[in-house]
Design a protein around this ligand. Structure first.
Ligand code: SF4
Ligand code: MG
Length: 332
């Protein structure tokens, strides 16, 4: 499969008065052409920072990519000069956020905003831009696009606003769309419609999508592949099937037990007790050790190596490591 993005050993820190917060600690993953990849984890796990770092959108200072690379079309985006990067943002890689209102200007009609957006990136006439705007609104399922172009953001429902934001993100036919919690602000039925829309636009346009979410329900509905983050690291990754039916990391299992499952009738919801470690001084060993029912002595001492379980499925957990299995000593 063709790789669109290659993120390698990415480290991102934030300087604060209390010290340096190591928000992303050695994240490596690829994005394949035409897939929907979900990055899941609790708030503060580094998923949004990872996404923002791809386009170098983290506020800097205090944020800083301290090492690693983000390859896109042979360029390392972590090293690119700002003017070049500005051309890539929006045109090649687009990003949408949780609250559609932050992306829309309340004082302009959506027609003015979309047409403006197109003309900023492309050498087209106003008429051509308007035609593209109408096509895009049609693509994202806005009825009567010609009429709706004249309306202001507040004249649309939350779900319709998020559709408009998605349309705006797609006007330049980007290769990558990064969506950070795009359905969190919407109610459940609307969420499902927006997730269907992601699948539909992926099929129609061939765009590759990174979907950031804390919600495994969202993942189950749309993702082809899943990356699970905890305390700034990817602790497990695999196909949706592998993650849902053969999860190996105790944290992934915990996440799965803490969300309602439509496919399991009598499932009992069990939240994961405890909280993630302080990322001012991350633990030397496994960051999940304090919350893990399977923790062994070695877990406290050293971070586990990555174990590959299949082509896509890998996990960072001592339970999968033969060396630890031989000398398994449980601490609790
Ligand atoms: Fe639990 Fe140890 Fe695996 Fe970490 S490495 S998840 S503490 S068993
Ligand atoms: Mg976030």
């Amino acid at each position: 499969m063709e790789k669109v993005l290659e993120i390698s050993d990415l480290h991102v820190s934030f300087k604060t008065y209390g010290g340096e917060v190591k928000a992303v600690r050695g994240v490596t993953f690829d994005l394949y052409k035409g897939e929907i990849l979900a990055i899941v984890g609790e708030s503060g796990c580094g998923k949004s920072v990872t996404a923002q770092s791809i386009m170098r959108l983290i506020p800097s200072p205090p944020g800083r990519i301290t090492s690693g690379s983000v390859l896109f079309k042979g360029m390392d985006l972590t090293r690119l000069k700002e003017p070049k990067l500005r051309k890539i943002r929006g045109a090649d890689i687009s990003m949408i956020f949780q609250d559609p209102m932050t992306a829309l200007n309340p004082t302009l009609t959506i027609g003015e905003q979309i047409i403006e957006g197109i003309m900023q990136h492309k050498p087209v006439t106003r008429q051509q831009a308007k035609k593209t705007a109408l096509d895009m609104l049609d693509l994202v399922g806005i009825p009567n696009p010609l009429e709706r172009l004249k309306h202001f953001p507040h004249q649309f429902s939350g779900g319709m606003r998020q559709r408009i934001v998605i349309a705006m993100a797609l006007v330049c036919q980007p290769e990558v769309l990064i969506a950070d919690e795009p359905t969190t602000a919407l109610d459940v039925t609307i969420q499902a419609q927006i997730l269907d829309l992601f699948k539909e636009i992926q099929k129609k346009t061939g765009v590759s999508i990174i979907l950031i979410t804390h919600d495994l329900g969202v993942v189950a509905q749309v993702a082809n592949r899943v990356v699970v983050m905890y305390a700034g690291k990817i602790v497990e990754a695999g196909s949706r099937r592998e993650i849902f039916y053969r999860p190996q990391h105790p944290y992934t299992k915990g996440l799965l037990n803490s969300v309602p499952r439509l496919d399991l009738e009598e499932s009992e919801l069990v939240p994961i007790a405890g909280s993630p470690p302080d990322l001012f001084s991350p633990p030397a060993g496994c960051p999940f050790v304090a919350r893990c029912a399977y923790a062994m002595e070695v877990c406290d001492r050293a971070y586990p190596d990555k174990t590959h379980l299949s082509k896509e499925h890998h996990v960072d957990c001592w339970l999968q490591d033969e060396r630890a299995i031989k000398m398994r000593v449980h601490v609790r």
